[in-house]
Write a protein that binds this ligand. Structure first.
Ligand SMILES: Cc1cc2nc3c(=O)[nH]c(=O)nc-3n(C[C@H](O)[C@H](O)[C@H](O)COP(=O)(O)OP(=O)(O)OC[C@H]3O[C@@H](n4cnc5c(N)ncnc54)[C@H](O)[C@@H]3O)c2cc1C
Ligand code: SF4
Length: 443
């Protein structure tokens, strides 16, 4: 499906579908009973129903079906790894092209955002107050769902712009900033107050929140890249900042001619793509294991190879190299794989005398995200560095809940998982608050 596709610089890879293309695609859907795509979607959007509504030109109804299950349907339509989720489960997949569920979802969501139509509305006020810390997908989803139940919700966000990684971290060829901010406006129109420049642990305290709100939800995500412990590491660029600077020009952003990206996940591929698309002559991803152990999705790996990005496997960064005071390369140890480690991945060992240097004038570190210090500072129990929660998302501090990437010690961190956490936590909080109302507890 190439309708309106464009791939210039960091413009969105896929353009919007035309009406004809959307209708053609919607009419290909078999509208399965007990549809496997709906089961495969972590937010369980009723996919056959929203596609059926597109096929009858009922785009408002289609958007409503999507939003009832997933308040961030416009973001998810663009960023979900659909090959692994809904489209991967499509019954047409083995023999035909699967239905382009993500692009149809975007078609319906664009219809309402382009026209500024507020599809959902809040219920009558309950008088209960909830604070949400962090305005990424998890926090916004939770805030919107609670507002729909009539609760008074305030979101505190430390950055200047709300939206979390949808605004700052997802490469614009997948999601432009405007899409994330349109969803923030929709959540605000549900009656949610969003206060930016307010950071828990800095200019906002837990005690202050506990005095003012009935319940508190932490949706603070994770931090920047951890340290590698390399000599010269201070000259490396942080992968998340690299994406952010390419998206929101906080300061002049330029890519090098020869760029090395350290890491093997989707963020590494995003950074390498940015460098390549913005003019780098040679971009090399360096990873200490092999392509079999990479955490990037297979389709992202294929995409990177098509972009002309080179991969240097079995290479462990050892030292940043300078010539004449200028960054000149990355010295690496040649590695070999050994027996499996505690996580079942092959261990690595340096090959004696196998060091080599990759030329570079810019090196980006994209090796995942650190667990923020605030978890320990608040006295929260943690598991593997993430905030530990029970099956109702409650942390070790009663009345304080946590959702999204900051609790993702099991399973993969993704936007749609964060949205689902927000939705499920809102249901838990609503049930608890309703029980309090039923037993006559004062608001
Ligand atoms: C580079 C990159 C690319 C990605 N690409 C994709 C993709 O294509 N598809 C996909 O599904 N997923 C992708 N992900 C993962 C996805 O973005 C996350 O899983 C999702 O954003 C998690 O949502 P969240 O709300 O838990 O956290 P976040 O989006 O990180 O939001 C947390 C928010 O909390 C705020 N905050 C933090 N601390 C405080 C504090 N103390 N006080 C107040 N506010 C605070 C932060 O500023 C931020 O706005 C990507 C991640 C990265 C890093
Ligand atoms: S939210 Fe994501 S996984 Fe679910 S149907 Fe939409 S694109 Fe597919």
């Amino acid at each position: 499906m190439n309708d309106s596709d464009s791939a210039i610089g960091l413009d969105e890879t896929h353009g919007p579908l035309s009406r004809v293309a959307a209708l053609r695609e919607a009419h290909r859907c078999l509208f399965c009973y007990d549809a496997p795509c709906t089961h495969a979607c972590p937010t369980h959007i009723d996919i056959p129903t929203f596609i059926k509504k597109i096929s009858t030109d009922n785009l408002l109804g289609s958007a409503q079906t999507i939003l009832e299950a997933n308040l961030l349907g416009a973001t998810c339509a663009r960023v979900c790894p659909v090959q692994e989720l809904c489209e991967g489960a499509c019954v047409l997949e083995p023999t035909h092209q699967p239905i382009s569920i993500g692009r149809l979802q975007r078609y319906a969501m664009d219809y309402v955002y382009d026209r500024d139509i507020q599809v959902l509305h809040p219920a009558a006020a309950t008088g209960r107050r909830i604070a949400i810390i962090g305005s990424g997908p998890a926090g916004l989803s939770c805030a919107g769902e609670l507002a729909r139940k009539g609760h008074s919700v305030t979101v505190y966000e430390k950055r200047d712009l709300p939206g979390g990684l949808s605004t700052y971290g997802i490469i614009s060829l997948r999601e432009p900033v405007e899409v994330a901010l349109a969803e923030v406006r929709m959540i605000a129109q549900l009656g949610v107050t969003i206060l930016t420049g307010r950071e828990l642990g800095n200019n906002l305290s837990l005690t202050e929140l506990q005095e003012t709100f009935d319940m508190i939800v932490l949706s603070v995500g994770l931090g920047c890249s951890p340290q590698l412990g390399l000599p010269g590491e201070e000259h490396l660029l942080d992968g998340l900042e690299y994406v952010e600077n390419s998206k929101i020009a906080l300061e002049p952003f330029s890519v090098g001619k020869r760029v090395v990206v350290i890491g093997a996940g989707n963020t590494a591929i995003d950074c390498a793509t940015i460098a390549r698309r913005l003019g780098a002559e040679r971009v090399t991803i360096v990873y200490r294991r092999t392509e079999n152990e990479m955490s990037a999705y297979p389709h992202e790996y294929d995409f990177a190879k098509q972009e002309g990005i080179a991969f240097q496997f079995l290479a462990q960064p050892a030292e940043v190299v300078f010539e004449g005071g200028k960054l000149a390369g990355l010295r690496c140890h040649q590695m070999r794989l050994g027996s499996p480690d505690a996580f079942g991945r092959p261990s690595t060992a340096a090959v004696k005398g196998g060091d080599f240097t990759i030329e570079a004038d810019q090196i980006v570190k994209a090796i995942g995200q650190q667990k923020p210090a605030i978890f320990a500072a608040l006295g929260l129990a943690t598991e593997d560095g993430y905030i530990a929660v029970d099956y109702e998302f409650e942390t070790s501090i009663p009345g304080v809940f946590a959702i999204g990437d900051c609790i993702r010690y099991r399973g993969e961190a993704s936007t749609v998982m964060a949205v689902q956490d927000g939705k499920m936590a809102a249901a838990v909080l609503h049930a608890k608050l309703s029980a309090e109302v039923a037993t006559g507890k004062e608001a």
